[in-house]
Structure formats: structure tokens, C-alpha cells
Design a protein around this ligand. Structure first.
Ligand code: CA
Length: 680
């Protein structure tokens, strides 16, 4: 139901629900038809249920886990829109594992191209048809599952496609992108606008001649694209793509097949699958990994979802009165602590990794899931790809029956060593509170955020020079190492950085906001942890002040690529910032011990200055010492540094990796809203 509701709550959940139990009794809009006195935990389970169809040469088998169904059938259709099935197969139940099966004796070539659904009798009623929870190919709008030959979905050379190597998560530089945002604008120079295969177009240019598309990403230097939800979601009518509707996609329908509106032909089940693979392969060839945003925490609808139509009630959490509990703010929440739901999440992640070569996952509202599930996801995922990236939002958007101690919360991150969490601490401390749009932060001249920014700089680890009592949000280190934190200053939620600066600095000249943006991102990209940026920030992208743009038109969401020319200086700065991070392992330490030993803050008696050194060739750096100084005020500030032969790398909004300009140290000036970085 209410994605609006959700998206206004998602960020709101950050601190409130992490810290306290919260009564959310006004949000139950959808009542469950199931009897919650059901003891779901006593249901027989199927220990390896990740496939609902096996097509053999002479017969095809169907499977459905549905322990409480009284009867179950498979309906086979000639076409995705044919009215009557060509076959209706009665399924037989295996009481031991609650799984129904049926076989049709038909040759493979006669099965390929057909469609199917399941239907169960529950509580003496036949429920609606469903493609099941393991449909791997679907018809338009995902209503029927499609029988296809998966070998035909692989682009040429797919068997040799490899993930880019990644030594550790701190080496990743993540770019969060929505498919339409990136290519939809009329001046993107891209033909397949809003499609997966926008990414396979090389040599594209904006109207005024700047690189766009995948060439832009290569030029910028990011290591991973994080794509917003790309599984099949509910809100876009795939039969009417000409309406050009936009949605972020946080309304899951079929978890194991790509979204049809990002394909060139949603009516052809091959199209979305093969085109997404083409996108992944093109990015891999460019040396860029793909992280997928996954939303296993709730489904677009409750009662009519594929979960509800196969095992009513089982996959969700409920309140005492039988209504859906709603930690997602979207009308329902799934139950990862229940065996088959946990297994489903793990198997789905494994499936995307193996079948689509996805390199990592970002878990939406991760704290709706339990710690044990996330730990198992991490273990199983890295058995397939040891370099896989895994992070999530360590909060919920409402209260949950799942006890706080079991939630995959930011504050419980130490119990999930293989999982990283977003640092809302550094985000809000740098630029001001995400929802209080007028509030400023350290980079925009507010005082009181210094200690929280420092806490972000050390990757939320237990550093001896942080006074945790002075931090604004978390009052203790929550990571075991910097590999467990994602540092960022903006994402798809809330205003873009450009908009936030405009809203919080209403009297400012654009040049001042450009300076503040550079400073904000310099803090992010030099901090310990995994840096993350919202696509288009590098060209000073705005959303015309709209913060919750989940269904706003392209005119709000699409990146205007002419900005790249207008703000070329900004782009070059970001590009060099990324190069700076790559050139200096000191910014990418992997243990809390190293950070405590090699990152030393200077004691500076100003709330507007943060100054620290990365010392003793930190993490194998060529520089013996890197001095990093941030001035968040709108005035030039003087800072004393040791007398030495310093190379000036960053100064007054310019980056020179060669350090051509030198400094003898002593009293040096830091320009307003800027970073100074020197090496020796
Ligand atoms: Ca869809």
C-alpha cells in the first residue's frame, strides 16, 4: 500500500527505532486473513527449496512448498495472456517436508515457451493463482511464471565473465544509481534510456560533448555500481511503458527475476534476464562490480503476495491481534527468523550471485531481519564469492515483534562481523539532519558536530581519541573494524546533497555551496570505511528540492548531463578525490587496531577545524605521514603543522595528486569550507 508512508519513514527510523521500543499501532491498515494462533514453527520444512520447476527432455517437474494446503494444482498455459490453461495438474504432497509436486510428461521443446501458475486450496477455499515464490522467469507484470531455456539468456562470453577482484570492502567505492536517473535525460546521449542495456552503450556523450553512461563511470573511477531495486516490482504497469512512470522499486513482487520495465520487451521473458546479464557483463568488462539493493523485508502487498498465496501467514510477522506487524512502514514485514523465510533470503542472494554474477548486496531496512540470518547470508555468499560486498540499513521504519537484541541493527553490528552498516552518524554530522532540511552540519558551519564527524572518520571503531559522550547519535563504537561501515553524505532518500545545501544555506552563493559539497565529500572519501555516493552528485545533481522522489517524474529524478559541463570543476574534483583514495592505502585501513595506532587527531581548539594525521606509512602507504585538515567555517583558518617538507595534495578546492606545490609547515591557512591534505 503506502510507499509514500514508507519512504517518509525509512530515514525516520534511523535512531528512534534503533534505540527504543516504539508503539506503532496506528499503522495496521491491512488485516491478515490468517489465523495467527497457527504455530508456524511446527510446519515441516524443505531444507533446500530454491527451485519450483525442472525441465527434463521428456518430462517436467513442478514443486511448491505449501504445508497447510489441502490441495494444490499447477496450471499450464500456452501464452502469458491465454484465458484457459492447456493443462491442470494435480499435485501430490510430501508430508515430511510440506512440499507438493507434479510431473507432466511432455518433451522439453514443447514445454519451453509455455507459462504456469500454482493454485492452492486453503481453509476450504481456492486461493488466487500465483507464479510461486521461486519464479525465475515471468510474463509481463509478473503474473505467470515462464518456462524458458536459461542457457539462451547468457550473453556471448558469459562463462568467462568474472567479478572484479576486491581485496577488501574498504577498497570499494560505491555509486548508488537508479536505472532511469542515470540514462533517462534527453541529453544523456544514450539510446536505451531507462533500460538495463543503457550500460552497454559505449562512446555516449551529452549534448555538450561530455562522456555519459558507462564511459562516465570509468572516467569517474568508482569501483561498484549499486543499483536500486532491480528484481520484479509491482508499481510500474509493464504493459504501458509509454506512460513513462517512475518508481524507486521498493515494492517487491517476484524476488528472483528482474524488473520488466527495465527491459526492452517485458512481454518476452528472455528480454529482462538476458539484458540484465548484458549490463552486468559490460560493467565487469569496465572493471566495475554490481551491488544489488534487495528488499526482502516486506512485499508490495500482504494478503495477495506470492508468499501469502503459497503458505498463508507463514512468511510474515503478526501482532497479537492477527494483523500484520509493520516494521517496514509499508503494511507488512517478513519473518526472517522463521526457517523457510531465512532460507529463502539466503537462497535468493545465492541465486543472484550465481545466475547473474552480482557482486554484492545492500539490504533495505536490514534490522527487520535477525542477526542470525544476516550472518548466514554473509557466510553463504562468501562461499561463492569471497570478495562479495554486504551492507545494509541498520534500522527499521517501525516497531517489530522481533526483539531488539535479535535485530540486525547498527548497534548490533559487532555481532555481524561480515556485514557493514550505513553510518547515519557521519551523514548527519557533515551536512545536518536528513529530515530537518534547514539544519546545517560541520561542513556548512554548524558547531557541535565535530566529535561525531571524528567518530565517522575512524570508521565507527573504538578509537582512544573519540569522546563518545559528545557524539550526537551513537554513544559507543559499533563496528569491529572499518570494513563494517558505509560512509556517505547522501543517497536516494531525502534531498540530494545539492538540494540540502540550498535548503540549509538559503543566503549562500552557488560557489559557496560547491565548496561545501567538495568539503563534505572529501570527509567521506578520506574516512576509514567504505565510501558511498549518490549518482550524479559529481555533477551537482539536484532533485528540484523534492526529497521523497520515489514516484516523482523523470523531470525530478533524471540526471541532467549538461551539468557535467557546467560543473566540470566539481566533476574533476570528485574524480581526483576517488583517485586520491585509490592512491593512498592509509585511507583504507582494515582493522580497528591499525586505525587506533595510525590515525592521530591533533588537539585544535576550534569547533570548525578537524585535523589529523595518518602516520608511519599507515596500511603500507608510501607517505610516511598524511596530514588531513578540514575547515567547516566560512572563514579562512590558520593551523600549525610541524615544520617539514610537505607536498600539498588538496588545497582550496583543488586536488593535485603529484603534490607539485610544497609547504614548509608551520602556520598554514585553510580556506573557508575546504580541505587541506599534505603528505611527507
Ligand atoms: Ca514489474
Amino acid at each position: 500500500m503506502s510507499i509514500t508512508f514508507k519512504k517518509s519513514l525509512i530515514s525516520a527510523g534511523i535512531a528512534i527505532f534503533a534505540a527504543t521500543t516504539f508503539s506503532f499501532n496506528t499503522m495496521a491498515k491491512e488485516s491478515s486473513s490468517t489465523n495467527v494462533t497457527n504455530n508456524y514453527d511446527s510446519y515441516p520444512v524443505n531444507n533446500n527449496f530454491d527451485n519450483e520447476i525442472v525441465v527434463n527432455n521428456d518430462k517436467t517437474n513442478f514443486f511448491l512448498w505449501s504445508p497447510m494446503a489441502q490441495e494444490a494444482v499447477v496450471l499450464v498455459y500456452e501464452n502469458y495472456d491465454s484465458e484457459s490453461p492447456v493443462e491442470t495438474l494435480n499435485m501430490t504432497k510430501n508430508e515430511a517436508n510440506g512440499t507438493w509436486s507434479a510431473t507432466i510428461n511432455l518433451e522439453k521443446n514443447k514445454m519451453l515457451g509455455k507459462y504456469y501458475t500454482f493454485k492452492i486450496k486453503f481453509d476450504n477455499k481456492w486461493l488466487e493463482e500465483t507464479p510461486g515464490i521461486w519464479a525465475k522467469a515471468v510474463s509481463i507484470n509478473g503474473k505467470r511464471a515462464a518456462i524458458i531455456d536459461f542457457d539462451k539468456t547468457n550473453p556471448k562470453g558469459w562463462e568467462n565473465d568474472n567479478s572484479p577482484a576486491l581485496k577488501n570492502q574498504a577498497d570499494a567505492i560505491i555509486y548508488e544509481m537508479h536505472h532511469r536517473d542515470f540514462s533517462m535525460h534527453s541529453n544523456s546521449g544514450i539510446n536505451n534510456k531507462g533500460k538495463f542495456i543503457a550500460m552497454i552503450e559505449k562512446g555516449t556523450l551529452s549534448l555538450n560533448g561530455e562522456k555519459t553512461g558507462i564511459d562516465h563511470l570509468k572516467e569517474l573511477g568508482i569501483t561498484h555500481v549499486h543499483i536500486l531495486p532491480s528484481y520484479d516490482y509491482n508499481s510500474i504497469d509493464e504493459k504501458h511503458l509509454e506512460k513513462n512512470k517512475y518508481n524507486w522499486g521498493y515494492d517487491p513482487q517476484n524476488y528472483n527475476t528482474p524488473e520488466g520495465s527495465y527491459s526492452t520487451n517485458p512481454a518476452d521473458p528472455y528480454s529482462r534476464i538476458s539484458e540484465m546479464k548484458q549490463m552486468v557483463m559490460a560493467l565487469h568488462k569496465a572493471g566495475i562490480g554490481v551491488v544489488m539493493d534487495v528488499v526482502y523485508n516486506h512485499t508490495a502487498i500482504g494478503d495477495g503476495s506470492n508468499f501469502s498465496l503459497t503458505a498463508p501467514g507463514y512468511f510474515y510477522r503478526h501482532r497479537q491481534d492477527g494483523t500484520y506487524s509493520d516494521a517496514s512502514g509499508c503494511g507488512n514485514e517478513t519473518a526472517s527468523d522463521r526457517e523457510m523465510m531465512r532460507q529463502y533470503i539466503i537462497n535468493s542472494v545465492k541465486y543472484w550471485t550465481k545466475e547473474y554474477h552480482i557482486d554484492g548486496f545492500r539490504f533495505d531496512l536490514m534490522a527487520i531481519h535477525d542477526i542470525e540470518t544476516m550472518n548466514q547470508v554473509a557466510t553463504e555468499l562468501r562461499k561463492i564469492n569471497p570478495d562479495a560486498i554486504l551492507y545494509g540499513e541498520g534500522w527499521t521504519a517501525g516497531d517489530s515483534p522481533l526483539p531488539i537484541a535479535k535485530r540486525a541493527l547498527k548497534d548490533n553490528a559487532k555481532q555481524m562481523p561480515g556485514v557493514a552498516v550505513f553510518s547515519d552518524d557521519i551523514r548527519d554530522a557533515i551536512k545536518g539532519h536528513y529530515s530537518n532540511v534547514k539544519e546545517r552540519g560541520f561542513a556548512t558551519g554548524r558547531t557541535g558536530d565535530k566529535e561525531t564527524v571524528k567518530f565517522g572518520i575512524v570508521g565507527a571503531t573504538n578509537h582512544p581519541q573519540i569522546d563518545f559522550s559528545k557524539c550526537n547519535n551513537s554513544k559507543a563504537a559499533y563496528t569491529l573494524s572499518p570494513l563494517q561501515v558505509v560512509n556517505y553524505v547522501s543517497c536516494h532518500d531525502d534531498p540530494t546533497l545539492t538540494d540540502k545545501l540550498k535548503l540549509s544555506m538559503p543566503e549562500s552563493a552557488e560557489n559557496e555551496r560547491l565548496q561545501a559539497a567538495k568539503l563534505a565529500q572529501t570527509i567521506v572519501f578520506t574516512s576509514q570505511g567504505m565510501p558511498f555516493m549518490f549518482a550524479g552528485e559529481e555533477v551537482f545533481r539536484d532533485k528540484k528540492g523534492v526529497h521523497n522522489s520515489f514516484e516523482s517524474p523523470d523531470s525530478i529524478n533524471a540526471i541532467n548531463w549538461n551539468n557535467k559541463k557546467t560543473y566540470r570543476d566539481q566533476f574533476d574534483y570528485y574524480k581526483n578525490l576517488i583517485a586520491l583514495r585509490k592512491a593512498h592505502p592509509a585511507f583504507r585501513m582494515t582493522t580497528a587496531e591499525d586505525v587506533a595506532k595510525h590515525l592521530v587527531f591533533d588537539v585544535i581548539d576550534s569547533e570548525s577545524i578537524i585535523s589529523y594525521s595518518l602516520i608511519d606509512n599507515a596500511n603500507g602507504d608510501t607517505a610516511k605521514e598524511i596530514k588531513v585538515i578540514f575547515n567547516g567555517s566560512d572563514k579562512p583558518m590558520k593551523v600549525n603543522i610541524p615544520s617539514a617538507k610537505w607536498n600539498i595534495i588538496v588545497s582550496d578546492g583543488k586536488i593535485d595528486l603529484n603534490g607539485t606545490k610544497k609547504s614548509k609547515g608551520g602556520k598554514i591557512t585553510i580556506e573557508p569550507r575546504s580541505a587541506k591534505i599534505l603528505t611527507r
